[in-house]
Design a protein. Structure first.
Ligand SMILES: [Mg+2]
Length: 166
């Protein structure tokens, strides 16, 4: 029963995602988490490799929207730094933020063309799978996390073990 919530791909980092595979799967839109997926939690510096990766992603023709459960101030600052549209207070795993991203990206959800990338099962992957989107789970960039995330990690560990993915 849990299987339908299984991530489609698991990677160490966004840098390891096979973008050509996504292309072959017909994916055009990437909904990407911010904290501990592309920026360390609580920090504003974006690593050079990540900036280069985002450029490459755009060059390959993907369209990106950053979707975060974090507050407006932080998310808008990241939007400014990266020049990529964002959704803040996304309430993942609820559908709200994903639908808002869909509106920004293509004025409506094109499920089969959208992949979600994030570092948390309980927000990013679960939310993606509830909408039947392609889900890519990456390892968190940093151990430093929001306290709620730390609690979620315990559940996540259990679930990934169930999937035999860890
Ligand atoms: Mg995250």
């Amino acid at each position: 029963m849990l299987k339908k919530y299984m991530p489609d791909i698991i990677c160490n980092s966004v840098l390891d995602i096979d973008l050509n595979l996504l292309k072959r799967k017909g994916i055009k839109y990437l909904v990407i988490d911010i904290d501990n997926t592309i920026v360390k939690w609580g920090r504003f510096e974006v690593e050079h490799e990540i900036i280069e990766w985002l450029k490459k992603v755009k060059m390959l023709g993907f369209e990106i929207c950053l979707v975060s459960n974090n507050r407006k101030n932080r998310v808008k600052k990241i939007e400014e730094i990266l020049g990529i549209p964002t959704v803040y207070n996304a309430k993942k795993p609820l559908k709200y933020g994903f639908l808002k991203a869909a509106d920004i990206l293509h004025k409506g959800m094109k499920n089969e063309k959208t992949a979600v990338i994030g570092d948390q099962f309980l927000t990013d992957v679960l939310g993606a799978k509830r909408l039947k989107l392609f889900a890519i789970l990456v390892k968190p960039l940093d151990k430093n996390e929001f306290f709620v995330t730390k609690i979620n990690r315990l559940v996540e560990k259990f679930i990934l073990k169930y999937f035999q993915l860890s």
